[in-house]
Design a protein around this ligand. Structure first.
Ligand code: CIR
Length: 254
């Protein structure tokens, strides 16, 4: 069975971190409604919901993906690269405690979960503005005993590795080649985002279905033409906060 940890949208989301986007007003009732529909979508795909209460003082705390790397054997609590996000990990560690033994990334390491792409027993870590070599080295040391290899990937032009590339089928990755060179991922098939939709590389694969933002119809067509089952969600308000679909949940087997 799969568990999905999510957290309600902070009423402070309008003060979120922004790196590559210009700030736009976020409609709070709409973002809450979109987030609820996202949670319903995860439940419809078979995830058992573990919903945490909103954190009014932590603007980006809805983006729970960045706070932990949940492997089958252990959960690594990250040390997010934005200082404002460091306190988010406390409640996530508590939430994960019943499911996994916990390990921690420590200073001077930084690591955002959005930079970690897992393909089977390989963990690819985007060396972005949020995740550094020390964070990568610590993750390698913590995951190696369980048979995982960890490899750094350079990314440019985007916030996280998973802004640029995500898995959409057992053998296929959705990729924006302007932001990451897919050669590092080895023998996978690559589906390119539509050139006019650079932010379209983030999909959330649950079982055989790709949860995908309704904002990117051209890339959605490319996925469906490839035979990938797509379930769209409207996350337009979360996109204004530089979020997407992977970042709003931590999904793992129990
Ligand atoms: C941030 O800049 O940290 C948030 N505004 C957005 C985080 C999105 N996280 C993700 O895609 N994994």
């Amino acid at each position: 069975m799969l568990v999905a940890i999510t957290r309600g949208v902070s009423p402070g989301i309008e003060n979120c971190e922004l790196t590559h986007l210009t700030r736009q007003p976020i409609d709070f009732s709409l973002v809450q409604a979109q987030h609820r529909r996202y949670e319903e979508c995860l439940a419809a795909l078979g995830c058992q919901a573990h919903c945490l209460p909103a954190e009014p003082d932590l603007p980006d705390s809805v983006f729970v993906e960045d706070t932990a790397i949940v492997l089958d054997e252990v959960a690594v609590i990250t040390r997010p690269g934005a200082a404002s996000r460091l306190p988010e990990t406390l409640s996530i560690a508590q939430a994960l405690q019943p499911y996994r033994k916990l390990r921690y990334i420590e200073s001077p390491g930084t690591l955002d979960g959005g930079d970690v792409l897992r393909l089977d027993r390989k963990l690819f870590v985007g060396l972005s503005s949020r995740s550094n070599e020390s964070g990568l080295a610590q993750l390698r040391q913590l995951a190696a005993p369980f048979g995982y290899t960890v490899e750094g990937v350079s990314v440019q032009g985007c916030l996280h590795l998973k802004s640029a590339v995500t898995q959409v089928a057992g053998d296929a990755l959705l990729v924006n080649r302007a932001w990451v060179d897919p050669a590092v991922f080895g023998r996978m098939r690559f589906i390119d985002v539509a050139p006019s939709e650079p932010l379209a590389g983030n999909a959330l694969l649950i079982n055989e279905t790709a949860v995908y933002p309704s904002t990117y119809p051209l890339t959605q067509n490319r996925l469906q033409d490839d035979g990938i089952a797509v379930r769209t969600v409207d996350v337009s308000e979360l996109i204004k906060a530089e979020g997407a679909v992977t970042c709003c949940s931590l999904i793992f087997k129990v």
